[in-house]
Design a protein around this ligand. Structure first.
Ligand code: PMP
Ligand code: GLN
Length: 378
């Protein structure tokens, strides 16, 4: 048997979390919160389960949830989306990405991604017989050269995947970036997959621009969101996708045979919980405080901290400490100093010269304190 993904190994997130467990390390590698989900939300889940909301949800998602999400999109972006025709509830951002890719990518199609890139994009494209065409971005600014993107587009380009705010670079695209993309695609039939799972985490007064706000992008885009990030509940594996009716119809053709529908009681609970804007508007300041805590804590360390613009990650440069590869250094740091991080090389298809690790700060302050104490000893 010839593997369909011959070069794919166990994901770096599983690898590093396992290593953290083995060594009793503070786990700042895989991105997930270590503090509880809101009590009010837990009570709502309990209530809907007891009320009997325990059978299949509608294939596209519970309508009250889709209505609440349409209201959220309007509040955040001033854009009206149709909950019936344009929103589908998924089993996390990962399934939304996979299903969108499966819905549009055919054998021989080219898909442009920007590296560092989230690890699920490439295998999802390759399983469809598509060919990934990476555009490499380098730190510290990881800026996209839209002229280079134009030169990378060919007659075979089917899809461009963007991730904004970006995991792992933490960069937030500007209005000019999105206008450049919109203009670039004006005459084309290329689709856009916009991974916006960190839409609620942007710092220092920055604004998150969604592709939904740019008509020339909205008409060709799948926009992906995750309740894991929004509700500090990565284990619930819930998310959603927004796309124009024609793309939503194609998405649902795949979705119904992929999962058909997702967790019913949680959909109703989330629908009620997110009716209150304060349940999502607090997230940027909430995470900015954690970013600031970790950044300040490492100020006197031998790591050079890169400014984090968004997401719940930050990058640290260890070139003053070691010349080892990122993976080797991350493994050593987990074993000897007992702090686990993700090597940035995991997000590139070819080796780089960088010396960067990604740290997750979606943690309670005592956890961050413990990590800082250990990292100051290096
Ligand atoms: N995209 C990016 C950039 C992510 O970081 C993640 C989760 N870490 C996902 C998608 C997947 O989201 P979910 O956990 O909801 O599947
Ligand atoms: N998205 C999370 C991260 O970037 C992890 C997701 C996963 O474990 N697959 O850390």
């Amino acid at each position: 048997f010839q593997s369909k993904l011959p070069t794919t190994a166990l994901s770096i997130f599983s690898q590093m979390s396992a290593l953290a467990e083995t060594h009793g390390a503070v786990n700042l590698s895989q991105g997930f919160p270590d503090y509880p989900v809101a009590e009010e939300l837990l009570s709502l889940v309990d209530r809907y389960m007891r009320k009997g909301y325990n059978q299949y949800a509608p294939m596209a998602g519970a309508l009250p949830l889709r209505e609440t999400l349409a209201a959220k999109v309007d509040t955040l972006y001033g854009v009206a989306v149709d909950p019936q025709e344009e929103i589908t509830v998924t089993a996390g951002g990962t399934q939304a990405l996979f299903t969108a890719i499966t819905a549009v990518v055919r054998p021989g199609d080219e898909v442009i991604i920007f590296e560092p890139a989230y690890d699920s994009y490439r295998p999802s494209v390759e399983l469809c017989g598509g060919r990934v065409v990476p555009i490499r971005l380098k730190g510290p600014d990881f800026k996209i050269d839209w002229g280079a993107v134009r030169r990378t587009i060919t007659a075979h380009t089917r899809l461009i995947i963007i991730n904004n705010p970006n995991n792992p670079s933490t960069k937030v695209l500007t209005r000019q970036d999105l206008e450049a993309l919109e203009q670039l695609l004006q005459e084309s039939s290329i689709f856009v997959l916009s991974d916006e799972v960190y839409e609620h985490m942007v710092f220092d007064g920055r604004k998150h621009y969604s592709v939904l706000q740019f008509p020339g992008l909205r008409s060709r885009s799948f926009t992906v969101a995750s309740f894991g990030k929004l509700l500090h509940a990565t284990g619930w594996k819930m998310g959603y996708v927004v796309a124009p009716p024609s793309l939503t119809a194609e998405f649902r053709k795949v979705h119904q045979f992929n999962v058909f529908s997702v967790n019913t009681p949680m959909q109703y609970a989330i629908a009620e919980y997110l009716q209150r804007e304060e349940h999502y508007l607090y997230l940027s300041p909430f995470f900015q405080e954690k970013r600031d805590y970790l950044t300040k804590g490492l100020e006197t360390s031998r790591f050079r901290v890169h400014h984090s613009e968004g997401t719940y990650f930050l990058l640290v440069d260890y070139s003053e400490i070691s010349s080892q590869s990122e993976l080797a250094f991350a493994k050593q740091m987990a074993a000897e100093y007992r702090v686990a991080a993700i090597p940035l090389s995991a997000f590139y298809s070819e080796p780089t010269e960088q010396r960067l690790l990604r740290l997750c700060f979606a943690k309670a302050i005592p956890t961050l304190q413990q990590a800082v104490d250990r990292l100051l000893k290096i």
